[in-house]
Design a binder for this molecule. Structure first.
Ligand code: ADP
Length: 671
């Protein structure tokens, strides 16, 4: 049962004590009519537990005042029920002593209970047992005090205070204390408990059942008290059991309280099974013990049920918590983009997420078998044995941190994975070691890295060539100058060679930059009139007579990049012509698809050998590297830009017979 231990249950004020004292005295007025001749005290004593509740609730700040007040109230109450002054004083002292004793014992034995040091209700049979024991001991001592006092007082003539009278005093006080103190604690705890408060009815007992149990109680008691010659008290316990088993402890205690009062009232009127014992006071005593019995029985059953309920609640909460934790874990692992696998030493797959299946190219068929069917390689192309796999190494206790490996996936090809593997704590229940494997598909990154390395190699090579030429020519200038044989014509010749080399370097650097920016730049698309753009390019290249454009549908693209495409293609078409021939370039286009415009750049130049046609788009690939200058980057830039616009490009022979045709697509403007 969830509860916050607030050890500082506020103690009530002095007004509270006065109220209790008045109630205590008033209750004696109600019951004075039933004082039994001779005993000097009343048998009906519903207020018997009141002083204990009073002292419990007041805590111990005003011990003196409360003790005096209680003494006075008890004296008055005893006088009121017909006792002589001396015997009333003895009983009052016994009352005060037993009440204080009960309070001290309750604080010691039930420190978690409301106003005994904690804030809990009577909520387990163990607590009820301690509660009952405290009251029995305290009231037992009070009874002994009252009995000894009454017998020792010579003048009063209470020689009738015998064992039965002691038993009556004990039974009367115990029955009342068990019910009134229990009820006081249950009500007080409930009223001061934080909301929402527990239901009064049990988990599944409805109002109809409450009505049925009440009707049953009335019926059973009616029956038992009607046939009063027969000892029919025992079936009455069934009502107590019903309330204890099915309703809250508070309702069960209230039930005991009501039937206790009814039992006593009827017994005093000479009605019912307890009234027909030979000696009336023995009958009362039995009735008192009967009440004490139902009080304890009711409390024990109800709190036992509470305890079971609390355990069941705890269990349910724990299960819910576990399920919640599990769902969080599943959501986190499921949403990871990294593949996660947990394997054991037998190779069994204990857990995996969707990303793992995806990374390994296995869709939803990731099992122990499919995993082992994959072959693993190092990036250097050496096949790994099962022993060398990262998972196997982690199962042996090694930590693998972000290593590259290649997995050969059927129908998909090679995948380069970055794999980490971590040993997990051993599963002691099943006696196996476990490891977690984390994998990321780094195929593209790996390819990019390799491409970059190759690119850097070619760049270094291509830049070194013109630089070497510049070095060579300037050295010759220096040599000739040293020999004194450098004339103006030679100088002219050498300088023009140097300038041509430096121009080649500049162009290469420009192309490299364009290549780098063609993929880095964000696309900024707008409407493009390709026909007009072709004409502008022709003007820019001083080639208006060689370039013609038929009307081409509008396209949607990044004007800067599309201009780069057209400029490269037109530049090549003008460049790759046989020496001495005039170039002729035609650019045309049409809508070939709901979304696309196909544009063609046709020339009648030297054409591209068939084996080079697909490869001219690769970086640095040149089909005519001997006769024509160039970097080999132009078409790779063109393809990249076209691809980024969602289009494609191909090289074909010119259908008109001679030269090439570059055919590419771009998004139509109105699509
Ligand atoms: P570059 O022109 O700088 O060499 P490109 O990437 O633009 O580089 O072209 C790659 C190769 O494709 C060229 O070296 C050339 O061999 C071939 N090529 C490109 N355009 C044409 C064309 N219109 N006619 C013939 N060959 C061409």
């Amino acid at each position: 049962m969830p509860h916050v231990q607030t050890r500082s249950s506020a103690s009530a004020g002095l007004g509270f004590s006065i109220l209790f004292a008045v109630a205590f005295v008033a209750s004696s007025f109600l019951t004075r009519r039933v004082e039994m001749a001779g005993a000097g005290f009343t048998e009906l004593w519903p207020a018997g537990g009141l002083p204990i509740v009073w002292l419990l609730v007041r805590n111990s700040r005003f011990v003196g005042i409360d003790t005096l007040l209680l003494l006075a109230a008890a004296f008055t109450a005893n006088l009121n029920t017909g006792s002589e002054a001396e015997i009333a004083a003895v009983f009052a002292v016994a009352n005060v002593v037993q009440s204080w004793l009960a309070v001290l014992l309750l604080r010691r034995w039930c420190p978690d209970v409301w106003h005994c040091g904690g804030d809990r209700a009577l909520d387990s049979p163990k607590v009820v047992a301690r509660f009952g024991a405290a009251l029995i001991l305290a009231i037992g001592i009070g009874t002994a005090l009252a009995s000894i006092g009454a017998v020792l007082l010579p003048a009063t003539g209470y020689d009738s205070f015998d064992a039965t009278a002691s038993g009556l005093w004990f039974g009367r006080n115990l029955g009342s204390a068990l019910i009134v103190v229990a009820l006081g604690i249950m009500i007080g705890q409930r009223v001061t408990a934080p909301r929402p408060r527990p239901r009064l009815r049990g988990e599944d007992a409805g109002p109809a059942e409450l009505l049925a149990a009440t009707v049953f109680t009335v019926f059973a008691y009616g029956l038992a008290f009607s046939f009063d010659e027969l000892p029919l008290a025992f079936p009455l316990l069934a009502a107590t059991v019903w309330f204890g088993a099915r309703f809250s402890t508070l309702l069960s205690a209230a039930h005991s309280f009501v039937v206790g009062i009814v039992t006593m009232m009827l017994t005093l009127r000479g009605i019912g099974p307890f009234a027909h014992v030979e000696h009336a006071d023995v009958g009362f005593m039995i009735a008192q013990f009967y009440i004490a019995t139902i009080a304890v029985t009711g409390l024990a059953i109800a709190t036992g049920r509470d305890e079971r309920q609390a355990l069941a609640d705890d269990l349910r909460r724990a299960q819910e918590e576990t399920a919640y934790q599990g769902s969080v874990r599943a959501a986190v692992i499921g949403s990871m983009t990294e593949g996660v696998l947990v394997v054991d030493e037998h190779g069994d797959l204990l857990m995996h997420n969707e990303a793992a299946a995806r990374v390994l190219g296995l869709g939803d068929q990731l099992t122990r078998q499919t995993r082992f069917a994959l072959s693993s390689w190092t990036v250097d192309g050496v096949e790994m044995t099962a022993y060398e796999r990262p998972s196997a190494r982690a199962l042996r206790g090694e930590r693998v941190d972000g290593e590259l490996m290649v997995v050969k996936v059927v129908d998909v090809g090679d995948r380069v994975l970055t794999v980490s593997a971590i040993p997990l704590p051993r599963d002691e229940v099943n006696g196996r070691s476990r490891a977690m494997v984390l994998m990321r598909d780094t195929t593209h990154e790996h390819a990019n890295r390799q491409e970059l390395a190759a690119f850097a190699g070619v760049v270094a090579h291509d830049l070194r060539n013109p630089l070497a030429a510049i070095d060579g020519w300037t050295e010759m200038i220096a040599d000739e100058l040293g020999a004194g044989s450098l004339d103006a014509q030679m100088t002219q010749e050498f300088v023009s060679r140097v300038r041509s080399s430096s121009r080649r370097m500049r162009e290469l650097i420009r192309d490299l930059l364009a290549h780098a920016t063609s993929s880095a730049r964000d696309l900024d698309v707008s409407r493009i009139d390709v026909t007009a753009m072709v004409n502008e390019i022709a003007v820019g290249r001083a080639a208006t007579g060689f370039v013609s454009a038929t009307s081409i549908p509008l396209v949607l693209g990044d004007p800067v990049l599309v201009r780069q495409v057209l400029d490269n293609l037109i530049g090549n078409a003008l460049k790759y012509v046989a020496p001495g021939e005039e170039p002729k370039v035609v650019v045309c286009g049409e809508r070939t698809d709901a979304r696309l415009v196909t544009i063609e750049v046709l020339d009648d130049g030297i054409g591209i050998p068939e084996e080079d046609r697909a490869r001219v788009f690769d970086e640095f690939h040149r089909a005519h590297y001997r006769e024509y200058e160039g970097s080999g980057l132009g078409l790779s830039i063109v393809r990249r830009i076209v691809n980024r616009h969602g289009g494609s490009i191909e090289a074909h022979p010119n259908p008109a017979g001679r030269g090439s045709a570059f055919r590419f697509t771009l998004p139509a403007y109105d699509a």
